[in-house]
Ligand binder design. Structure first.
Ligand SMILES: O=P(O)(O)OC[C@H]1O[C@H](OP(=O)(O)OP(=O)(O)O)[C@H](O)[C@@H]1O
Ligand SMILES: O=c1cc[nH]c(=O)[nH]1
Ligand SMILES: [Mg+2]
Length: 208
């Protein structure tokens, strides 16, 4: 498994803005989408291309087209929806597979409440979207759900990860690649990432 930690100044700057305690819902939502767009650029850098001939304005011209597996984005409800628009800006033809989990506040275990996957998901590369990778329980459950459906090519895009969650996923799913804007210090006693962003779902949806 490869863990890619973004080093781009735009990503760092935008994530810094997201950490401010008094950020508005509007700004948080916009920045989540912008950082997701930039992470998508990084996460698709190694996609294979092939040469095709197109009819250009001055006759036949050789062009590059993306080859290989088609993509499905997999936003984890709710907070992952805040990254979806940014990703689809760059991959507008991607199918969307929705996976719904919430984390039980006492046990921190993920509870599944909705799954609707793209047709032929086994033939697609899955790009999981979630702003937060904390204990890794939600991501582990999502990866298992995708693998059970036949998916063999899985990548995940996150805004902030905790070292604890990254370790868990690295060990359980060495075949999954992770792209993250920042790896923070640790989890607190309630399973929140420090310094982190707070509750990303509440900030994107304005529910607190
Ligand atoms: O790594 P974990 O410890 O499993 O925690 C991470 C999960 O917690 C948050 O979702 P939450 O349960 O708050 O649901 P929400 O998106 O509806 O707010 C977050 O968006 C992740 O899905
Ligand atoms: O820090 C955290 C951990 C889980 N979910 C969040 O939204 N934030
Ligand atoms: Mg939440």
């Amino acid at each position: 498994m490869a863990v890619f930690v973004a080093d781009h100044p735009l990503i760092k700057h935008k994530l810094g803005l997201m950490r401010k305690h008094d950020i508005s819902t509007k700004n948080f939502r916009e920045l989540a989408s912008e950082v997701a767009r930039l992470l998508t650029y990084e996460a698709t850098k190694d996609l294979e291309t092939e040469k095709k001939t197109a009819q250009g304005w001055a006759g036949p011209v050789e062009v590059d087209v993306i080859k290989g597996k088609k993509i499905t984005v997999v936003p984890i409800l709710r907070a992952g929806l805040g990254m979806q628009d940014g990703v689809l800006d760059l991959i507008p033809g991607a199918k969307v597979s929705v996976v719904g989990f919430y984390r039980n506040e006492e046990t921190l275990q993920p509870v599944e409440y909705y799954v609707k996957l793209a047709k032929n998901i086994g033939k697609r590369m899955a790009l999981i979207l979630d702003p937060m990778l904390a204990t890794g329980g939600t991501l582990d459950a999502t990866i298992r759900c995708l693998k059970n459906a036949g998916c063999t090519s899985i990548r995940g895009l996150f805004l902030v990860a905790a070292p604890e969650g990254l370790k868990r996923i690295t060990e359980a799913h060495p075949d999954v690649d992770i792209y993250v804007a920042a790896v923070d210090e640790r989890l607190n006693e309630n399973g929140y990432i420090l310094p982190g962003l707070g509750d990303a779902g509440d900030k994107i949806f304005g529910t607190k």
